[in-house]
Design a protein around this ligand. Structure first.
Ligand code: G3H
Length: 541
């Protein structure tokens, strides 16, 4: 297929969009959620432009799918005040509610959320260009995450319902909330990644200010009523606008206790610095990554290629866990590239709702130009685009470019491209790859492809202190969500998993007494009379 054919029918005419995937009219969103009320913003709005374009007689035109509120700092602070009031220095209804009741609120939310599946999935496609199947997967995975979180909390609570006796000290240990959480997610998983902090924060008894990602904002709108109706006033507040205007003010207030953020390490550092009492701020951060895939000379090449293609290019490479640089041993690099390109050529470009589509337009403004610049820079330093049609673009769409041979002079060797550019570095000595990992500013994950136990085993040991997860003969990924997800260096702060997130958003409180008759009697009476909701042996089934 020539370049012309490949992208000739990429963007549909307005009438060619299937009925069920059309958006009836631009959505002008003025609502935001503060203190249990949907309030109306009458200030400026941010336009929401879809990565999907429509073709017409005058060429391709962008599609404006709506607008969202651009709150100012003063309004954002009203959301913070509501969260602070609802927490009420730890005495509010929500932080003192029994765990079983908090779980009921989250279950009520989940029921309402499920009703919005179609609306959210459609907006995921239109706002960030994620294909239908992956959009549905994102929604369903998020619902599963909520269910798993509820079950993990029940288990935690069951374990905390017993007393422990150590060295004549009787104690009961429970995890309790920390305060007010600020939750912000990324545009590539605007629902899932945000909810993997938001839900644990809420269920552990914190109150929350949630600001959706820079893209993928309208898709939160169908959930606002569910948030409003499922939680007491002020427990969850949803604000919109530029991070610089709103989030800076929240952090500078010193009233945020937990900062849950997925984005760049630079933005995270800038925001953390604004907090006047950094020792009181707990942060859980998912940041930049440049995960390498390492292909050894003894390897199942077909498997390595399959994993590398999905690892590098699913959702157009816009995953923090994507394989962002491939080191391939010179003995196999030619066959690897041939097979890689063959597989890549089977990936279908198109609109997110089309059957079997995996390459879709990119939502970030300026992204296509940025990727062209990365390719041009690599070419200047001796790389070539080695796949057919690599790097051709049309509007917001960029066809994946495989760059070879890549070397350290090139920007793409160091920068996280977060898009469909696949740099391949040939190597002879493993030291080249080991040095790359050891010197890297990032430390999220890596993949090793090989079949020789001695070589793979040695590399595992070499990298065990470098990254949070080593994948053998498999692409990098976050799931399963019960496994720890973290990173070193500039890649993350803290560890998330269903279980770990409950820990991140809480702290243990211990109630202890000397193991003496009068104390035992006192504790027994408290339990019998139900005089405390902390000191209790109640068991959640
Ligand atoms: O963007 C980063 C995501 O956490 C990656 O999750 O590996 O399931 O795509 P994933």
């Amino acid at each position: 297929m020539t370049t012309d054919h490949l992208l000739a029918n990429l963007f549909p005419g307005a009438n060619e969009i299937p009925e069920q995937f059309r958006l009836p009219a631009p959505i002008e969103q003025r609502d935001y959620l503060v203190d249990g009320q949907l309030r109306t913003w009458d200030g400026p709005l941010a336009q929401v432009r879809s990565p999907v374009q429509v073709s017409g007689p005058d060429g391709d035109a962008p599609v404006i799918i709506g607008s969202t509120p651009l709150l100012n700092a003063e309004t954002a602070l009203t959301a913070l005040d509501a969260a602070v009031r609802a927490y009420d220095r730890g005495q509010g209804t929500w932080p003192t509610l029994r765990v079983v009741e908090r779980i009921q609120h989250v279950e009520a939310f989940l029921r309402r959320m499920r009703e919005q599946r179609d609306a959210v999935v459609k907006l995921l496609m239109w706002e960030i260009g994620k294909n239908l199947q992956d959009s549905q997967k994102e929604f369903d995975r998020t619902c599963d995450y909520i269910t798993d979180t509820i079950n993990a909390l029940k288990e935690l609570d069951r374990r905390s319902s017993r007393f422990e006796l150590e060295q004549d000290t009787l104690g009961q240990i429970r995890r309790v909330p920390l305060g007010v959480a600020l939750c912000m997610g990324p545009y590539n998983y605007p629902l899932n990644e945000t909810f993997t902090t938001l839900i644990p924060a809420l269920i552990m008894g914190n109150t929350v200010v949630f600001k959706p990602a820079k893209l993928g904002v309208l898709l939160i709108r169908p959930l606002l009523e569910a948030f409003r109706d499922s939680f007491p006033a002020g427990v969850i507040n949803v604000i919109y606008g530029s991070g610089r205007e709103t989030v800076s003010a929240l952090m500078a207030s010193g009233k945020i206790d937990i900062f849950a953020f997925i984005g760049t390490n630079k933005a995270a550092s800038d925001l953390k610095k604004l907090h006047p009492r950094p020792h009181r701020l707990r942060a859980t951060l998912g940041l930049d990554a440049k995960n390498p895939g390492i292909v050894l000379p003894e390897v199942d090449l077909d498997n390595a290629v399959n994993e590398a293609v999905t690892g590098a290019l699913s959702f157009n490479g816009q995953r923090c866990t994507a394989l962002k640089i491939l080191f391939v041993h010179e003995a196999v690099v030619d066959s690897f590239i041939e097979k890689f390109n063959h597989k890549l050529a089977t990936l279908k470009p198109g609109m997110p709702w089309e059957d079997g589509v995996s390459l879709t337009p990119l939502p970030e403004p300026g992204k296509v130009d940025y990727l062209h610049a990365l390719v041009a820079d690599a070419e200047t330093h001796g790389a070539h685009v080695v796949n057919r049609n690599g790097g051709v673009s049309r509007g917001s769409f960029f066809y994946p470019a495989v760059l070879y041979p890549v070397n350290p002079q090139m920007r793409v060797y160091h920068e996280e491209q977060f898009g469909p550019v696949v740099p391949i570095v040939p190597y002879r000595e493993l030291e080249t790859v080991i040095d790359y990992v050891l010197e890297s500013d990032f430390g999220q994950q890596l993949s090793i492809f090989g079949t020789d136990p001695a070589q793979v085993g040695k590399l595992v040991d070499t990298f065990a202190n470098q990254v949070g997860r080593i994948n053998i003969n498999a692409q990098c990924q976050r799931g399963p969500d019960t496994f720890p997800f973290n990173g070193r260096k500039n890649s993350a702060e803290g560890t998330l998993s269903v279980h770990d997130a409950l820990r991140v958003f809480s702290i243990r409180t211990l109630v202890a007494t000397k193991f003496q008759a009068h104390n035992k009697d006192l504790i027994s009476d408290i339990i019998r009379d139900r005089a405390s909701s902390f000191l209790t042996t109640d068991y959640i089934f």
